[in-house]
Design a protein around this ligand. Structure first.
Ligand code: SAM
Length: 221
């Protein structure tokens, strides 16, 4: 649960440092208007995703979990000329709102929204992707990480949202639906396939964190 001071600090950081544009505000507003859950990344994290795309020089980005397109807009805007983002969304209503928001942001050509369960749409994609952002149904986190390796290359950046989940990783029985899969995903990120870390966050979305890693080369001990 978000403490009021976390929300106040996040708002100050957002206004002072991140400075979202009207296209970001639109994505947040339309999500509320269309009755979608307020589960997009916080603006400070959206900007972080944009910076990761820029810093890594990513040209091909894959996102699993679109919602209203808030994080897609941040990453899409950070792509270089000729870059492309594929974003996967299960619910057609969410995908429709996201397409409207992406078009309003001038990103219709640079971002493709694929509708369907990600495990059904992932096999139709071909890599290599330079950056993969995972933010959908937590139960499939491990499968999504395995797909990130399959569709990635050594050095592909992988970001996994909701990596701390109010600390339930220490006691997964607190949320049997999600916490065990988050723990399994973190164990996979801590293994030989990835070089990774987790940054804890506290803000409007409560106490959480994101995992950040790169796919290792097989001889990259
Ligand atoms: N990344 C978005 C953002 O920050 O703006 C938020 C994504 S939201 C946390 C998760 C989204 O994943 C929801 O829109 C949900 O419908 C979608 N989703 C859930 N299960 C899915 C699945 N199996 N395949 C694809 N998308 C799924």
């Amino acid at each position: 649960v978000a403490k009021p001071e976390w929300i106040d600090v996040e708002r100050w950081l957002t206004d002072t440092v991140v400075k979202p544009g009207p296209e970001h505000e639109r994505a947040l507003r339309t999500a509320v208007e269309r009755g979608m859950p307020p589960i997009e990344v916080q603006p400070t994290s959206g900007k972080l995703l944009a910076l990761l795309v820029r810093i890594s020089g990513a040209r091909r980005v894959l996102e699993i979990g679109t919602l209203a397109g808030f994080s897609s807009i941040w990453m899409g805007q950070a792509l270089p000329e000729g870059g492309h983002l594929d974003t996967l969304e299960y619910l057609p209503e969410h995908a429709g709102v996201a397409r409207e928001n992406l078009a309003a942001a001038g990103l219709a050509d640079r971002v493709t929204v694929h509708v369907g369960a990600a495990l059904d749409t992932l096999p139709s994609l071909s890599g290599p992707y330079d950056l993969v952002f995972i933010d959908a149904d937590k139960q499939n986190n491990v499968a999504y990480l395995e797909w990130a390796v399959r569709l990635g290359r050594p050095g592909t950046v992988v970001v996994l949202d909701n990596a701390v989940w109010e600390g339930t990783l220490l006691d997964p029985a607190q949320d049997e639906a999600n916490a065990p899969s988050i723990v399994s995903a973190l164990e996979l990120l801590g293994g030989s396939l990835f070089d990774a870390t987790v940054v804890q966050t506290a803000g409007s979305k409560g106490w959480d964190g994101f995992a950040l890693g790169v796919v290792r080369a097989q001889d990259d001990g």
